[in-house]
Write a protein of this length. Structure first.
Length: 276
């Protein structure tokens, strides 16, 4: 199985990186996909730790979001030589580890002018786009195909290895007694059974993958539904508050008009009494 490392910024693409991580682990196994390699113990040189992690990596997936360069315009994190993401990309380029840029949340590839000299070649890498919407599955399939092509894996490299079929010893007298047509018929039946077995194994593998993907989609759908319901509740509460404010403002205006009318009437009565 390939060993995949994900490079990303938490404040830039944490959510969709989690989905990409889940799909990669579902495809290649949880023990072969790594992220958060910048989570290094106190007192350790993170450069050597990153270098060690990438030396054991077959391919690096660099997730690039809108804030990958920096949280605001004019602030470029990559110009800092101690930036962990810069160290990760530099190390991958220096050691010629296959590197796949992934653009998320509408991000674009950074230009060479926005990169330090050691990362200039990264600007010319052909990137893949991964959308968190309805095309997520299609985009992840393209990522799997890219990893397969880069590493020269077989298309069904992750399929279960089919154990060899045990050979059943047949008495020599039975084999000799078989005529050629009967022998051909037995061999054909055997081959048909093997093909049927292989097809069933492939279907089981596909069903397992679909079940895993469906479970993850249900979890994300539940989270999105909860967020949507929260936003709806906030919108309804805001509308109610605004309506109450408008009603209160109308009542205050009515009270002020009544008070002004009573004050004017009192002044009029006082003036009338004074004239008499």
């Amino acid at each position: 199985m390939p060993r995949v490392t994900i490079s990303y910024r938490r404040d830039d693409s944490l959510g969709i990186t989690g989905r990409i991580f889940d799909r990669l682990t579902g495809r290649y196994g949880r023990e072969t996909v790594f992220r958060d390699i910048d989570n290094i113990g106190v007192g350790l040189d993170f450069r050597s730790q990153i270098r060690k992690a990438l030396s054991e990596t077959d391919v690096v997936v660099a997730v690039i979001g809108p804030k990958w360069l920096g949280p605001r315009s004019g602030h470029n994190r990559l110009m800092n030589g101690a930036d962990p993401v810069r160290v990760e990309i530099e190390t991958a380029l220096r050691h010629e580890v296959p590197l796949i840029p992934i653009l998320v949340s509408g991000a674009t590839m950074p230009s060479a002018e926005n990169l330090p000299e050691t990362l200039n070649s990264f600007a010319y890498r052909n990137a893949l786009t991964v959308d968190s919407g309805k095309d997520f599955d299609i985009h992840m399939t393209r990522l799997f195909d890219a990893i397969t092509e880069i590493l020269g894996l077989e298309t069904a490299a992750d399929a279960r290895t089919i154990p060899p079929e045990p050979r059943i010893a047949r008495p020599e007298s039975d084999i000799v007694a078989m005529s050629s047509p009967e022998l051909r018929r037995v061999i054909a039946e055997r081959d048909a059974l093997r093909a049927e077995r292989d097809e069933l194994l492939v279907r089981v593998e596909q069903l397992c993958k679909r079940e895993s993907a469906f479970t993850m989609e249900l979890n994300y759908a539940a989270e999105e539904a909860a967020v949507s319901q929260h936003e709806t509740d906030v919108a309804e509460l805001t509308a109610t508050l605004q309506a109450n404010r408008r009603a209160f403002a109308k009542r205050m205006i009515a009270h002020n008009l009544v008070f002004a009318s009573l004050t004017a009437f009192a002044v009029f009565l006082s003036f009338y009494a004074f004239l008499r």
